[in-house]
Design a protein around this ligand. Structure first.
Ligand code: ACO
Length: 330
């Protein structure tokens, strides 16, 4: 990575891609084994179905498919990529990182590759890091992925969490450009709220004697998370607008973290954004954590809704707590 001279200074999205595992589990499917219903889940969350990775299908496999599609869309080959970052909280293994596994599956070597763990904000964090690398002139392009197999750490008998999550991946290829691309990114965290949404299984903390599957599942104080998410997303959206001196009316598309339709609607309301300018995919795949924002972005691009030159506001909130935004011209 040699610094470029006279380099363009913006990171622009050159291509997007996404991937969802084949198997679909509907709300009605879940209602056969736990005390819930399609009506309850849809009314409280907007979710209708989620995709579940097949046995042996790992986060890196989902990430790889999304990455290939993003590279295709960008008209680039993997050996041109100078940096790979994967946002994930469900890596294939503790190490090597999922990013290095993806790199190897892409059949390339040499460029730096690493993971970012910021739970549901993982993609926004990863995008931020890649943007800084490109703006500083350290690399000319980057493959940024958000990929998760959240269903691997669900207690399928716990109706308060099992209905919310799904597996999936999304990716973008960023390229240095003299034209405006990413205008700003903002990241935040509040570690004091970690216990409200967490998976307590340990490595350095150690495994408890006799710890079984019950110890490795997602635990969440749903109500509390909801309130914090709405508040944090409100402020991060204001922050992005203020930092760029942009009026909310100038935003063409809000591309929010897909966790819960009610959280999305609350942010849209704050922005005075009609829902037909908000990309909603949560109904199709539930909360895919880091995968959610790039999945929604790719869907909006491929369906022709998002067009070149439009102004997009991406935002996310997740465990940690972590939250953040990216304002960009597509
Ligand atoms: N089916 C039927 N009933 C249920 C279910 C279910 N799947 N889950 C909970 N209930 C019951 C509860 O037991 C409770 O019953 P009770 O009144 O007899 O005690 C009742 O429904 C209401 O429960 P609440 O938890 O108050 O329901 P709420 O309206 O808060 O919705 C939800 C719960 C959907 C989890 C909501 O709090 C939420 O979306 N929170 C945000 C969590 C989230 O999205 N986390 C993801 C990670 S962070 C992020 O990405 C933003």
């Amino acid at each position: 990575m040699q610094p470029m001279t006279g380099a363009p200074i913006f990171a622009r999205i050159a291509g997007t891609g996404s991937y969802l595992p084949e198997r679909i589990v509907t709300n009605d499917d879940l209602a056969k084994t736990i005390d819930t219903s399609d009506e309850w889940i849809a009314a409280r969350t907007g979710i209708r179905q989620r995709h579940v990775a097949a046995e042996g299908e790992c986060t890196s496999d989902l990430a790889l498919e999304a990455a290939k599609r993003a590279l295709d869309a960008a008209g680039m080959s993997a050996d041109e990529i100078e940096l790979i970052i994967v946002g994930t909280t469900t890596p294939d293994v503790i190490f090597p990182s999922t990013a290095t596994i993806v790199q190897s599956k892409l059949g390339v070597a040499g460029c730096p590759a690493f993971d970012v763990n910021a739970a549901c904000s993982g993609f926004i964090y990863a995008l931020t890091v890649a943007d800084k690398f490109i703006r500083s002139g350290s690399v000319r392009n980057a493959l940024v992925i958000g990929a998760e197999t959240l269903t691997r750490m669900l207690d399928w008998t716990d109706r308060t969490t099992a209905v919310l999550f799904g597996d999936g991946a999304g990716a973008v290829v960023l390229k240095a450009d003299s034209e405006t691309g990413i205008l700003s990114t903002h990241m935040h965290a509040d570690g004091s709220k970690g216990d409200l949404l967490h998976n307590p299984v340990g490595v350095s903390k150690g495994f408890l004697p006799g710890e079984d599957r019950a110890g490795v599942v997602v635990k969440m104080a749903g109500n509390e998370v909801f309130k914090h998410a709405v508040k944090a997303l409100d402020s991060v959206v204001e922050e992005a607008l203020e930092a760029n001196g942009i009026d909310r009316s100038e935003i063409d598309w809000l591309i929010p973290h897909q966790a819960n339709l009610r959280i999305i609607e609350a942010t849209a309301k704050r922005l005075h954004m009609p829902m037909d300018h908000v990309v909603v995919t949560v109904d199709k795949h539930g909360n895919t954590s880091s995968g959610s924002v790039p999945l929604a972005l790719d869907e909006a691009v491929r369906s022709g809704r998002v067009a070149r030159g439009q102004l997009l506001l991406l935002e996310a909130f997740g465990g940690g707590f972590t939250w953040g935004s990216a304002l960009l011209r597509y």
